[in-house]
Design a binder for this molecule. Structure first.
Ligand code: RTP
Ligand code: MG
Length: 148
């Protein structure tokens, strides 16, 4: 079952120069990127993305943080890709994330936990639509003859 997932690299990841490192970890695992761009979130986009958290105590801090600089937004595709990406990323709290995971290796706090990845196919579709038009999400093959 091929799934699509929305991922974004949070502003501290871009500022710390970890953009390539994080994308590289996903690529090395064989994850197929079908959309990718760097953007400054608008407040409307940030609030829409995190609407499920709007009554939580950490909400304002989270919104301010994601607006603090550019983010890199992506869509990836593959069989069980949601489970796979969330495994590579690690637990929400970097203190609980396994040391080999992205958050376990680079994260310092729950808010600044490096990267977001949607946790269900329904949420993935909802979230990618906030940032991408259908034309920006590409359809291509990884196994093209003669690449080497
Ligand atoms: P994400 O959506 O970012 O992949 O993370 P998640 O599912 O593991 O975490 P979620 O519960 O959806 O929370 C979304 C983001 O809110 C921030 N958060 N802060 N201070 C806190 O207690 C707290 N709890 C969550 C995190 O930045 C998390 O990524
Ligand atoms: Mg979540």
């Amino acid at each position: 079952m091929v799934e699509r997932e929305f991922i974004f690299l949070k502003p501290n990841t871009i500022r710390r120069g970890l953009t390539g490192e994080v994308i590289s970890r996903l690529e090395r695992r064989g994850i197929k990127i079908i959309a990718l761009k760097m953007i400054q979130f608008t407040r409307e986009q940030a609030e829409k993305l995190y609407e499920e958290h709007k009554d939580k105590p950490f909400y304002n801090e989270l919104i301010d943080f994601v607006l603090s600089g550019p983010s890199v937004v992506m869509v990836v595709e593959g069989p069980r890709v949601i489970e796979m990406v969330r495994h590579i990323i690690g637990a929400t709290d970097p203190l609980k994330a396994s040391p080999g995971s992205i958050r376990g290796e680079f994260g310092m706090s729950v808010t600044k936990n490096i990267v977001h990845a949607s946790d269900s196919p329904e949420k993935a579709e909802r979230e990618m639509k906030i940032f991408f038009s259908e034309e920006e999400i590409l359809n291509y093959r990884l196994d093209v003859q003669g690449d080497l």
